[in-house]
Ligand binder design. Sequence first.
Ligand SMILES: Cc1cc2nc3c(=O)[nH]c(=O)nc-3n(C[C@H](O)[C@H](O)[C@H](O)COP(=O)(O)O)c2cc1C
Length: 346
Amino acid sequence: MEAEQKSPKTRGYTLGPFQFRHGLALAPMAGNTNLAYRRLCRRFGAELTTTEMVSSRALHYNDEKSLSYLERGDDERPVAAQIFGNEPEVLASAARRVEERGFHLLDLNVGCPVPKITGCGGGSALLREPKLAAECVAAMCAEVRIPVTVKIRAGWDDENKNAPEFAAAVAAAGAQAVTVHGRTREQRYTGRADLELIRRVAAAVEIPVIGNGDIIDVASAQRMAETGVSGIAIGRGALGRPWLFTQIIAAFEGRQVPPDPEPAERAALLLELGEGVCALYGEGRGMRIMRRLSADFFHGVPGAPALRAACNSLTELSDLRSLASRIADQAGTARDERDRGGSRPS
Ligand SMILES: Cc1cc2nc3c(=O)[nH]c(=O)nc-3n(C[C@H](O)[C@H](O)[C@H](O)COP(=O)(O)O)c2cc1C
């Protein structure tokens, strides 16, 4: 008898009171993963969502703008807040603020490659200071009861890919899970995520490891799952494509993968997102955010370049409504032509 072919899948994991069946997370992305977008991804199956990174110093000093990034919906459970910094006492104080605001998990950013952050010793600069990083994690864990997790990169550069040892150091200091983006700081977002290294991290520590980098479809999610990770975090691949979570879950569960939604459904999702973003930030700021977020919704939609160009001039919710109906109309025209066998009237 032939052996049953099983689809590769993640192991799932538990953090505090939370069980993650497949461990599918939306990776934090500054400027993109606001509460409205996180809600959309959650509806399509994301089990864990995270705020964009917030400065621990700013939280420590109660900076209003930074506190505004720590928005959380009561329907969002579990949700993590992500903070960055490199001073144990300041991080502990920020951790307390996060816990007071009702977040279920707290994540330390050890991945950000931006010089403004690394220049002050935060983000991926901590990869070069595993001892200090462990002190930071220990101080945060001592201050709060919610689980503390850490998001790291493969290492600082090609010569210093220390993710397995680094993960072991923060686990020993109390971190309960680690997410690994398989690129070095030097790579920023170029090249490919190193899956072999992620496999080594998963083998090196007892705590759950969440694999991250270049997951854009079912096949890439399965390749990541094969490294032995407990969960996966999806960043850019989920921008404009929140339904990717549903597709990956179906594949992990051995069910037929649903197709991408029709353009009319995407248009409805885009509008829903725009309304959510405006409800959070007001129409002016909301539409500025939507100029960036909208463009991602047109992959494979007929007339995408013109639609993307129209995103740049979004100023009011009514502009987004007309954009959404243009998507639906163009899709309808394309479908009619297809149904007529692609022939055009002569
Ligand atoms: C625009 C943008 C903003 C990001 N902001 C954050 C952030 O605030 N915190 C963080 O840990 N990672 C951040 N990242 C990194 C992503 O979480 C993720 O690790 C990276 O994009 C690789 O995963 P992907 O290939 O699935 O996108 C950001 C990435 C992008 C593209």
